[in-house]
Design a binder for this molecule. Structure first.
Ligand SMILES: [Mg+2]
Length: 389
């Protein structure tokens, strides 16, 4: 089997004004994504998706990365990944066993483009094998606990909002804290206390500061909310401050989670070397696709760190994350977005199988979901920023 074409198409999911929510990034007015198609001479087409600036990702795939892997066999998925990551030196890199990465591909938008192609390659590969993607990766389980991820209500409303997630059957829920309310420990304690009342004592509660605090403030918040039995404190400080995460971690009994904005196993190795985390959260469209997240998970498992995949913005990325969650032994829970997101929830002909807070994988070969006929038209790309501050 040979790859005959690689195509990238930018997409957007505008959010109606009444459904827009405010975060520390601003008011979210749309979600962008790039859909990736990998076609083969055997008539199989794989789908992937990428984050990053849509115009840049689309150009990188259509003019550079895609043409480089025409003629490759999708069964050689590690080789295709190494070819994209190492660029012009891919052959000596494979021959000598030494990474010799292309300077612009190590991190950032081009890595996001590589990740999108990698997901599509895994889709084709598992379709050709006639098995679901998670079985091609190597299945370890056939269902996983999901956590309801949302929690943007500004005050006491957190009780009803988070309680509503628990009422859907989720045994774990996550709320945003601090950033969008301005920094006030009291307000955070009020909201976390309300959330805990809403979900009762037996549902796990996680909080996410989206990297909006300095270390001292993050420690203050952690100490103030510790009594509400928090299962993890996510991105307490800037994702670039790995040592800062470690300082927060050393000052609280709350486990620390981060990773949604990290690239490749090398970033996660730094987090592990700094003893920054209890839970690693790679995003399949950013960290390097299925291929690189397997490596990240292996590194993390050697340090006793769990992997909870970050999943947001697109049905393709949620689907790929479901498959990863079924195949990574040190994964214990999967993010299930509660945001307004038709491009995640109305992209496919098939529904996701989520029952009583557990997520089940699709049974068809490959990624296991098919695009609705109107998907590309409905989620046509719209220029402009995703957030307005
Ligand atoms: Mg987060």
């Amino acid at each position: 089997m040979k790859i005959t074409a690689v195509r990238a198409v930018p997409m957007s999911d505008p959010i109606p004004v009444e459904r827009q929510h405010r975060t520390d990034l601003g008011t979210k007015v749309k979600s962008d994504n790039v859909m990736v198609f990998v076609e083969t001479d055997e008539g199989l087409t794989g789908i992937g998706a990428s984050l990053g600036n849509p115009a840049v990702v689309t150009a990188a795939i259509n003019t550079e990365l895609g043409p480089e892997i025409i003629g490759e066999d999708p069964m050689f998925s590690e080789r295709i990944y190494e070819k994209m990551y190492n660029g012009s030196r891919w052959a000596p890199a494979i021959e000598t066993g030494i990474s010799q990465p292309d300077p612009s591909r190590r991190r950032g938008i081009i890595m996001e483009a590589i990740a999108g192609i990698d997901i599509a390659v895994w889709d084709v590969k598992s379709q050709a094998l006639g098995i679901p993607m998670y079985q091609a990766i190597g299945a370890v389980r056939d269902s996983i606990r999901g956590y309801a991820s949302g929690g943007w209500a500004p005050g006491e409303e957190a009780e009803a909002e988070l309680g509503g997630y628990a009422a859907k059957g989720f045994s774990a829920v996550k709320m945003r804290v601090v950033g969008h309310d301005g920094f006030k420990v009291d307000n955070t304690v009020t909201r976390v206390a309300a959330a805990r009342r809403g979900i009762g004592p037996d549902v796990e509660l996680m909080v996410d500061a989206h990297g909006s605090l300095d270390v001292a403030s993050a420690i203050k918040v952690a100490n103030a909310i510790e009594e509400y039995d928090i299962s993890w404190f996510e991105e307490p400080v800037s994702p670039d401050d790995h040592a800062g995460h470690a300082r927060v971690r050393n000052s609280t009994s709350i486990p620390i989670a981060t990773g949604e904005r990290e690239f490749t196993r090398f970033d996660f190795q730094s987090l592990l070397d700094h003893e920054s985390i209890d839970v690693a959260q790679p995003d399949v469209a950013r960290a390097g696709g299925i291929t690189e997240i397997r490596r990240i998970a292996a590194l993390a498992s050697a340090r006793g760190v769990k992997v909870a995949p970050h999943a947001w913005g697109s049905g393709v990325l949620f689907a790929a994350s479901i498959h990863l969650a079924m195949a990574l032994p040190n994964t214990h829970i999967l993010e299930v977005s509660q945001g307004y997101m038709p491009m995640m929830n109305e992209l496919f002909n098939e529904e996701y199988d989520i029952r009583e807070g557990r997520v089940y994988p699709p049974t068809k070969p490959g990624i296991g979901f098919t695009l609705r006929d109107d998907a590309m038209e409905r989620f046509k790309y719209v220029e402009g920023p995703e957030y307005v501050f």
